[in-house]
Design a protein around this ligand. Structure first.
Ligand SMILES: Cc1cc2nc3c(=O)[nH]c(=O)nc-3n(C[C@H](O)[C@H](O)[C@H](O)COP(=O)(O)OP(=O)(O)OC[C@H]3O[C@@H](n4cnc5c(N)ncnc54)[C@H](O)[C@@H]3O)c2cc1C
Length: 131
């Protein structure tokens, strides 16, 4: 008798999504890793790219390449628009769906100022500037 493997869908290939995928190595599951970007972005090094000490290619790695040795992982370059929890399906913005048994939402966070507008950037004091 063949049984269908447990289907895990992970939305987001950031730190959370990649760590979850990593920890599931060897588990009897089929994983679908979905991200709206085709690459993982290593955010802590954004400052170094902004100041030109690193190239963008050094902090952005294709998700497919990161998962190249994981036969049980399917990577999907798509934007998730919703979840139908009753039918256990992730909804994509192109109208298609991805069924799951277990869903991991690792889509990151956004800043919020509780209804206030974002604080504006402060100008650098002339005395703090290099001459
Ligand atoms: C400049 C900067 C410096 C930082 N420095 C540090 C540091 O030194 N140390 C530290 O611990 N942390 C640092 N952080 C914070 C750290 O990067 C975040 O906490 C971490 O990236 C959060 O991981 P995450 O997986 O929750 O989300 P993310 O890494 O943001 O990943 C979320 C993923 O979900 C995808 N996604 C979102 N919505 C959808 C959707 N609808 N459909 C499909 N995909 C979607 C995104 O494309 C993204 O790839 C820094 C952050 C920044 C911006």
């Amino acid at each position: 008798m063949t049984t269908t493997p447990h289907r895990v869908v992970i939305v987001g290939a950031g730190f959370g999504g990649l760590e979850t995928t990593h920890r599931l190595a060897g588990a009897p599951v089929e994983i679908t890793l979905i991200d709206r970007r085709n690459h993982h972005l290593f955010q802590p090094l954004l400052y170094q790219v902004a100041t030109a000490s690193l190239a963008t290619s050094e902090i952005a790695w294709p998700v497919r390449h990161l998962m190249r040795d994981r036969r049980e992982v399917t990577t999907l370059f798509a934007t998730v628009s919703g979840v139908d929890a009753d039918r256990r399906a992730v909804l994509l913005d192109d109208g298609s769906e991805v069924p799951y048994d277990t869903l991991v939402l690792a889509t990151g966070a956004r800043h919020a100022y509780f209804g206030s507008s974002a604080p504006s950037a402060k100008p650098i004091r002339p005395s703090a500037r290099r001459g």
